[in-house]
Design a protein around this ligand. Structure first.
Ligand code: NI
Ligand code: MN
Length: 228
């Protein structure tokens, strides 16, 4: 069983047994995040997973990294984290997998860009394929639809997190088409409503899921859902 808490935008906290993951920790400056950084710190994440270096995903990663929590992302993200004081940075590249006592994360392609808020190159943008709590979860990061999602879906997905906001990623109709390729049991929309350009409507995505027999769970910021 995996418990999933939405922190708004594309930030999620995943919990299974004694293991806890924080994905794209955009906490401070995230207008939708109902938690303070201090509150999130008390949840004691086992690792921080980063899809790409943009500020709305990198977020507060460094604060955790400097406190000794592993920060996992591309090689460039790992190097950046290390140079800025993260003591357990892990740099991978697309296709690579990091294994830990909590499970594993593999970096997948994503169609987007990736630079840090200070302009430093972040490597390729990525998605994250997770083995966690006995489930397989795909976090698409920021991306457009791409046909290789079919190959990711062939692994058999319990859940897919998909961006639907439009402007910087695909919108909800295109995210619906991803469901044809990914065929997850459950889909969770993200990256919408945070800022004015992110106009994608989660109810449109829900309808896209219904058309395809995929259960869409729309989470309010701060809400939790369980994946049994
Ligand atoms: Ni981005
Ligand atoms: Mn983004």
């Amino acid at each position: 069983m995996v418990k999933i808490r939405f922190l708004g935008h594309s930030a999620f906290f995943l919990e299974s047994g004694e293991h806890r993951l924080l994905i794209d920790p955009f906490i401070e400056g995230n207008p939708l995040c109902p938690f303070t950084l201090d509150e999130v710190r008390t949840w004691q994440p086992s690792a921080i997973l980063i899809s790409h270096a943009h500020g709305d995903h990198w977020g507060n990663a460094l604060e955790f990294g400097q406190a000794g929590v592993p920060v996992i992302g591309t090689f460039e993200i790992g190097e950046y984290a290390r140079k800025h004081g993260a003591t357990q940075a892990v740099g991978l590249n697309i296709g690579g997998t990091y294994r830990a006592d909590w499970g594993s994360v593999s970096l997948t392609p994503a169609w987007h860009s990736s630079s840090f808020p200070d302009g430093t190159y972040g490597g390729m943008p990525t998605g994250l394929l997770l083995e966690f709590g006995g489930k397989r979860l795909y976090f698409a990061g920021d991306t457009a639809l791409f046909s290789d999602m079919k190959l990711i879906g062939e692994r058999g997905l319990d859940l897919a997190f998909l961006p639907i906001g439009d402007a910087f990623t695909m919108g909800p109709e295109e995210a619906g088409r991803c469901l044809d390729l990914l065929r997850p049991r459950v889909a969770v929309p993200m990256h919408y409503g945070t800022f004015p350009p992110l106009t994608g409507d989660p109810e449109v995505f829900r309808a896209e899921g219904e058309k395809r027999g995929v259960e869409v769970r729309v989470l309010a910021p701060g809400a939790e859902t369980e994946l049994a």
